[in-house]
Design a protein around this ligand. Structure first.
Ligand code: SF4
Length: 407
């Protein structure tokens, strides 16, 4: 069920980052950033292609020196996705990036403070039809605002920083804008985005900045972005992880898929948490299955279940799944038993049948299977396990007797 779609999305203007629309009724997009030197054209392009394959719709590259701008001039025409130039401190790098043909700029208002410089960049963007992201960052807030708000970073200070920048843009008639108010504190960024969403109708780029390495970084970023997305706030997202940026792009795609905000392209792997009834190392099988499917374009829900006693029932809504039982893997499709294989072939069988479903469709695969024989084998293993383990893997009956005796 698509839960999030029940929440109305905040109404915004729409801008175009190259050919990718952001805001309005456009699908929420995923962004990431290269970590190569932008002057290294081939290395950067290789990373951009990897990011796009993992789910990035838009990629940002730093433009911190003239060699980087020259690199962008070669990267932009060969990139599969629009390129945003990241600008700090030197407004001339923004002008150089525009000359290179980038599709968007990111300006940090805390680092470029001269109004004339800001207006010069906005004017140039207006003439070229290139949007700007106002990228407020809690860690590099304008010192005057920092002082004004009592020597700390507050949501109000971050929103005011964005509004000051917007006012400069308005002076030159430029409004092709999206905005971010990122902080490394999740509660702070959530409140800043909420206030910004009330104050303006520009598209918002979400992120928890400097979230750190996974898994803690993933959790922080997800907590912040998912909370806002569930409130209908956010038009494009970026995970800022201390990790291979491909992980950022993949996480962004997976977050939107999990929330029902993006059509699934790859496997949704579900797995039981395992328990005393497990007939196999569920953690290992799930990990190997995840690796085997990777980012392959197989948009199925795939279940890995530790026992045939409860597994097929608990995962009956999955497109395809496998449950362990007495050194065997019982494969099921839409809750119907389809095949029985040796335990060490569970993962390859899952992948093989998933591929067949993609090629021939679920009905054809079910029609070709010996469902009766597979069900019989599963029923036998289930009955044998129930006989040896009982219906209750926790031995509740025995425990209750003991509790009663001690009472
Ligand atoms: Fe997994 Fe079976 Fe335990 Fe459910 S009962 S958690 S399927 S091992």
């Amino acid at each position: 069920m698509d839960v999030i779609s029940a929440v109305p999305r905040r109404k915004t203007r729409q801008i175009m980052v190259g050919k990718v629309p952001v805001g309005g009724d456009a699908p929420i997009t995923v962004q990431s950033m290269t970590i190569t030197k932008t002057a290294d054209v081939e290395g950067t392009l290789q990373q951009i292609y990897a990011l796009a394959a993992a789910g990035a719709d838009i990629v940002r590259c730093t433009c911190n020196e003239i060699e980087a701008a020259e690199g962008l001039a070669q990267i932009v025409p060969r990139s599969p996705v629009p390129i945003v130039a990241d600008i700090h401190h030197q407004y001339k790098m923004a002008l150089a990036a525009l000359e290179a043909g980038v599709h968007c700029l990111r300006l940090n208002p805390g680092n470029i403070r001269n109004p004339e410089h800001i207006k010069a960049v906005a004017s140039e963007c207006k003439d070229r039809g290139v949007p700007i992201r106002i990228g407020v960052n809690g860690g590099s807030l304008d010192s005057k605002l920092y002082e004004k708000y009592g020597g700390k970073v507050t949501p109000e200070a971050m929103v005011e920083s964005a509004r000051i920048e917007l006012a400069y843009f308005e002076e030159v008639g430029f409004d092709d804008v999206k905005i971010s108010v990122k902080a490394s504190s999740v509660p702070l960024m959530i409140e800043a985005y909420r206030q910004l969403a009330d104050a303006v109708d520009y598209p918002l780029h979400l992120g928890v900045t400097e979230a750190g390495p996974p898994p803690a970084g993933l959790i922080k970023a997800t907590a912040g972005m998912a909370t806002l997305l569930a409130e209908g706030i956010g038009d494009t997202i970026r995970y800022s992880l201390t990790a291979d940026p491909v992980e950022e792009a993949r996480a962004g795609r997976q977050l939107l898929e999990a929330l029902g905000l993006r059509q699934r392209k790859s496997v949704d792997l579900i797995a039981c948490p395992s328990c005393g009834r497990a007939e196999v190392d569920v953690i290992d099988v799930a990990k190997r299955a995840m690796e085997a499917f990777g980012d392959r374009l197989i948009p199925l829900q795939v279940a890995v279940m530790g026992c045939v006693v409860n597994g097929p029932g608990e995962a009956r809504d999955a497109d395809i799944g496998i449950a362990a039982g007495r050194k065997k893997g019982h494969l099921f499709i839409k809750g119907r038993n389809v095949a029985v294989v040796p335990e060490d072939e569970m993962v390859e069988t899952l992948v093989r049948y998933a591929e067949r479903i993609m090629e021939d469709g679920i009905d054809a695969v079910l029609a070709a299977a010996d469902t009766k024989g597979a069900k019989k084998a599963a029923d036998e293993d289930r009955a044998a396990l129930l006989g040896s383990q009982g219906a209750d893997a926790n031995n509740a009956g025995t425990r209750i007797d003991l509790i009663r005796k001690k009472a």
